[in-house]
Design a protein around this ligand. Structure first.
Ligand SMILES: *Cc1c(COP(=O)(O)O)cnc(C)c1O
Length: 390
């Protein structure tokens, strides 16, 4: 289809009339797990072999002694904070551009979020700004790897050791990724995973906390055990995750290859700069989303949200990213350290490509670039139709 064709948002035929690929995918292994769980009755049990096998696999894979399976990644972050005895009067450092739930969890335990800026090249936490944010009250650094980018964990680990401030590493977007030679989620005192419905490892809902700190483990247990487990992951959810964990390495490799093709196809578009992915041979990106820095000036001034709407209409899953935390919360609720120049830009200009297309064919991958090209070529007309700032 020629790219001077009318964009779908202006009444043309979408590049992918079928829309983005579904997630989770139709997977015969999952069907088999469901059948087996129905036959053996494990779907209805409180405790069974699947939860135990999952916890053991996750512990071995990440190199931790203890794993607590739980209801969500958001709950796992809360439990991590409680496990580290963080509460009122304490400060937790995190990036000003991060998952909203992470800041909410810090507030939920009564502590104060201290927001620091992100790096210009990948809009992930700028580790070089963390030390100046530390005070007497700092009790943890909560750090996420986001949108294909990675945080400089060797440097953060050194800082953490030197200052005695523990790291909570949020690997919700990057299960199985490699960060400077180690599996993502193995750098901190506590790691957090999510098994939410859109995530790379999905049970619809769910999460996990990993640690080798006996005190953290004990406090999390005391907090969650109220006669029964107050934040459980079910036996059936655990059963669904086991085959996905086995396939994770292969799928991550496939995604990493696919993403280089997508990035190449976007190279001619000054409106979009992909987040810098790790390039050293010791790292492999986690690709729940591919982050894109949007430049409205290269697109006739079309707003990020209008651009995303037009690309979506072509059947390609590109959406606005998170709101930056300082832009979406009252200033009474957090403090900041230094300027938040990049987080200001990220708030207005992050776009994210959702991961399912990365397991599809080259034709599907190339449609990402085609959709972007078509929308960019008609940016002026789209702006007049949707409003430039919609
Ligand atoms: C999804 C996500 C979470 C939490 O996930 P839920 O399981 O949906 O609560 C936390 N941090 C990041 C970076 C995420 O992307």
């Amino acid at each position: 289809m020629p790219n001077d064709a009318l964009p779908a948002v202006l009444g043309g035929t979408p590049i992918r009339p079928q829309g983005p690929p579904a997630w989770p995918p139709d997977d015969p292994e999952i069907v088999e797990v469901l059948h087996r769980a129905a036959r053996d009755g494990s779907w209805g049990q409180y405790h069974g072999p699947h939860s135990q096998a999952l916890a053991e696999s996750l512990a071995t894979f990440h190199g931790f002694d203890h794993v607590r399976l739980c209801a969500s990644g958001t709950v796992a972050v809360e439990l991590a904070l409680r496990g580290l005895k963080i509460g009122p009067g304490d400060e937790v450092i995190l990036a000003a551009y991060d998952f909203r739930g992470n800041m909410q969890d810090v507030l939920c335990v009564g502590a104060t979020p201290v927001l620091v800026d992100i790096r210009p090249d990948n809009w992930n936490l700028d580790v070089g700004r963390v030390e100046e944010a530390m005070t007497e009250a700092t009790r943890a650094v909560l750090v996420s790897h986001l949108h294909g980018g990675q945080v400089d964990m060797p440097t953060l680990r050194d800082l953490s050791n030197r200052r005695g401030v523990p790291i909570i590493e949020d690997a919700c977007q990057v299960p199985g990724a490699r960060v400077a030679g180690r599996v993502a989620g193995s750098w901190g005192e506590v790691a957090v995973l999510s098994f939410g419905g859109s995530k790379l490892l999905s049970a619809g809902r769910g999460g996990a906390l990993l640690t080798s700190d006996d005190g953290v483990q004990q406090r999390v247990k005391t907090y969650t055990q109220r006669g029964n487990d107050a934040y459980p992951l079910s036996e059936l959810q655990a059963a669904l995750l086991l085959p996905q964990l086995d396939n994770l390495g292969n799928r991550n490799r496939q995604r990493a290859t696919a993403v280089t093709r997508v990035i190449r196809s976007l190279a001619d578009h000054p409106a979009l700069t992909p987040f810098a992915l790790p390039e050293d041979s010791e790292s492999q990106p986690g690709l729940y989303k591919l982050g894109l820095q949007y430049n409205p000036d290269a697109c006739a001034g079309l707003s990020r949200d209008a651009f995303a709407r037009a690309v979506r209409a072509e059947g390609v899953a590109i959406d606005p990213g998170f709101r930056s935390l300082h832009k979406s919360h009252s200033q009474r609720r957090f403090s900041t350290s230094g300027e938040l120049v990049e987080a200001d830009r990220a708030d207005a200009n992050v776009l994210v490509l959702h991961h399912p297309v990365l397991l599809e064919s080259d034709t599907d991958l190339d449609q990402v670039g085609s959709a972007v090209e078509r929308v960019a070529a008609h940016a002026e007309d789209i702006g007049h139709e949707l409003g430039f700032a919609c």
